[in-house]
Design a protein around this ligand. Structure first.
Ligand SMILES: [Zn+2]
Length: 269
């Protein structure tokens, strides 16, 4: 009897310790940037705002991925942007050539494969060429033919899916900010920043709770942001916001090592 009790007590203590460890574990998030832009914005030339994103990443000692929509960057300014990311040791990933909407009937599997190859030829010369493919609009294929066709095509070409675990609407805040900055270059950007931090942090908490529900642990997150002015202006604050709320910020490449991203979902998108 005594032995049974003792054994049970030991099991209980071990269970508590394990749950304590899991509970004490910090959630982790990484940052990735889509599309690529060569625009100048009011008050911020391309070189300056692109440099602000790189500076924020550097300040926090994290490496990221720029998922390139090839056509947008296939010009001298775009080449300079890609070079600046490459030199700073961030990865250069693939996000199609023209950013098509894969579920559209006008976009065939063969068209989509060509999109990948065209951007591949643009980025493969970089030292940090990264064979991860991010689907525009995160649409992996709305039919079995498209979805499974692309899964096979990625594998045949040595690519992996550049998954996203935290999706947010930074692009919307960027659109509003840009519109109002064009009208008023003295615009107070603080309300945009506050909303941006609150919105993205809210999304991260939501998706972290889904990840925990699916796996019973904190997964390593990959946040989707865009290469634009809101990232330039607010990324440093966003990273700090995660940190003060107890999150750890990590390299995107490390996040993708989480076995969660090897899962093969059965959904059609
Ligand atoms: Zn995109």
């Amino acid at each position: 009897m005594n032995l049974v009790w003792r054994t049970q007590a030991v099991i209980l203590i071990i269970t508590l310790l394990i749950s304590q460890l899991a509970f004490g574990q910090k959630p982790r998030i990484s940052f990735s940037f889509d599309d690529g832009s060569t625009a100048d914005f009011p008050g911020y030339q391309l070189e300056e705002w692109n440099g602000m994103i790189l500076k924020a990443l550097d300040k926090h000692h994290i490496k990221s991925v720029l998922f390139v929509a090839g056509k947008r960057m296939n010009n001298p300014q775009g080449m300079r942007v890609l070079k600046s990311w490459d030199v700073a040791n961030h990865k250069i990933g693939n996000h199609t050539w023209t950013h098509p909407y894969f579920p559209s009937e006008k976009v065939s599997l063969a068209d989509f494969e060509k999109e990948l190859l065209k951007t591949d030829s643009l980025i493969k010369g970089y030292s940090n060429y990264y064979k991860y493919f991010r689907f525009p609009y995160l649409k992996e294929g709305n039919t079995l033919e498209k979805r499974d066709g692309m899964r096979e095509f990625l594998a045949e070409n040595g690519y992996k899916n550049g998954h996203v675990s935290v999706d947010a609407s930074d692009w919307y805040i960027f659109g509003e900010l840009l519109k109002n900055l064009k009208e008023n270059s003295d615009l107070n950007i603080k309300p945009y920043r506050d909303y941006y931090l609150e919105h993205i942090y809210d999304r991260a908490q939501f998706y972290d709770s889904l990840g925990t529900a699916l796996t019973g642990r904190n997964i390593d997150h990959v946040l989707l942001l865009h290469h634009n002015l809101t990232s330039a202006l607010f990324l440093d604050d966003l990273i700090n916001h995660f940190k003060v709320n107890g999150w750890e910020v990590i390299d995107t490449e490390l996040a993708y090592k989480d076995p969660f991203y090897s899962r093969i979902p059965s959904v059609l998108l």
